[in-house]
Design a protein around this ligand. Sequence first.
Ligand code: COA
Length: 598
Amino acid sequence: MKILFLTHSFNSLAQRLFVELTERGHQVSIEFDVNDRVSEEAVELFRPDLILAPFLKRAIPESIWKRHVCIVLHPGIPGDRGPSALDWAILGGETEWGVIALQAAAEMDAGDVWATARFPMRAARKSSLYRNEVTEAAVTALLTAVERFASGAFRPEPLDYGKPEVRGRLQPLMTQQDRAVDWSADTTAAVVRKIRSADGFPGVLDMLFDEPYFLFNAFEERTLWGGAPGQIIATRHGAILRATVDGAVWITHLKKKPVGSEPTFKLPAATVLGEKLAGVPESALPALPAVHPHPGPLPPAGEGEKTWRDIWYEEKNGVGYLHFDFYNGAMGTEDCARLRAALLEARQRPTRVLVLRGGADFWSNGIHLNLIEVAASPADESWRNINAMDDLTEAILTTDEKITIAALQGNAGAGGVFLALAADRVFARQGIVLNPHYKSMGNLYGSEYWTYLLPKRVGDDQTRAITQNRLPIGTPAAKRLGLIDDCFGHDIESFRRGVEGIAEALAASPDLPRLLADKAQRRRSDEAEKPLARYREEELARMKLNFYGFDPSYHVARHNFVYKVCHSRTPLHLALHRRPKWKRPAAPRKQEIKEVAS
Ligand code: COA
């Protein structure tokens, strides 16, 4: 079928659905919801069989939904309506939630129901639920809806509040008052829940040093306490620790409330507060935290921890596991340096296999564009950050004494994908989305040894196609292309178990010395053919032009990304219908990434 996505942006959910539908042979074209006329034009140009709206902030114009079937995704249970569905579900302590695929109609979220899917709620950030449970349920509901539509025999069901299973209700937009923290009364758990309900947008508005800030990314602390509720009592790796009535809570990110029309963006809390934190003690943790030998299976990442940390290490049955869970997968200069230090320490451990686990939501999205944007010289900070990423990538590439495994539990983008390719084996959780390209960031050339790592895995033709097409790649296609070695596990837990099984079998294998010898031999011959230093030098020469050259495209693109400047048009690599006919791929295009879009 020809399917048109009408969407506010090509966000992770829209990318995942794009991947799933193209994998099933549908031809998907994308139009950003800029205004009614542009959407109407897209429909005229593409003449879709079906219109899907994975992520919309406005209603679909009547001129479109009256003439075409438009299926909209809503992150709620049947009957639920309104713009703050997940926020209310988290704050209200719902134990089960869902996704509805409904037909666009005159009233928002009130159209006939094509399909629904449910999931158990997890104590997590709203954005984490969205990227995991909501996304999986949305795939289930949408694929069912598409099949039902294709069958021609299914009639979607009108929403009927008289039915006992229709439990949801129309809920208003959640206001800051609804989730305001009362530091004199709210327990640590209540503070964490309120902040989670607003993460990653809009954050919880609160006062610090008599100024308004939005708070993001909160974690319970159970080893440090003291101070008056609300007071900042410690800092750690850019986060602040605030006392509560019954303990303390880490808050890693803040966004200053804009004054007038001057926009602001999210940054590590200590970067935002700067000198205001003078005198607050830094509660640093060592680069490689204490080793936790677990007798049973490893607990889920971070669970059972009594404090917050973004890098930690575990060991079991001859395998080391290095976790790094950076907010939004963004890795600043210091993050890269700390992770590299932890990696170098982990290399000294008497293990034979080292698993690099990233975080639960993201493996990595490369250099930290927000920290670069706020730096006195964004060009200099870009340079420092990319060099720190390169140092880290090189440390993985030159881990001679162990087999390294990159275990991607969450999505990865740009340099973050190439960081993973530096490992000997690359495994991904089924359903994550990879964006192994830099071009969308103002024609950024990229580094992280990608010119060595990508062709080695996929060959020169596919390297060109992947980097130029700038499309998200799903795990089945990534495996077919050779970008990753395998994908398995529908959820994080089963993926972890799968990775542990492979890693432990490798560590115990009598073949391991031979595997390590082969690895050393391959590295030696690659090095003799072209030294790693030369790849880096060539890539960085191009990056220098991006950072310091006459063409400001990268700086403009980064600025727009960080400030979330709305798109004024859909890029041609996504809007097939806007490409000249001869540049459109033959329909349908499965994810083989053959053709190169200009
Ligand atoms: N630096 C800082 N923040 C980043 C980031 C980065 N490299 N990559 C993603 N983020 C942030 C986004 O701003 C967003 O922030 P929010 O919490 O305020 O919403 C959040 O992470 C999620 O990103 P989003 O774009 O909404 O996620 P997505 O899953 O829809 O898209 C990507 C994923 C990777 C395609 C997209 O985030 C992207 O293009 N990132 C930039 C990658 C890049 O160019 N890195 C630099 C070169 S190495």
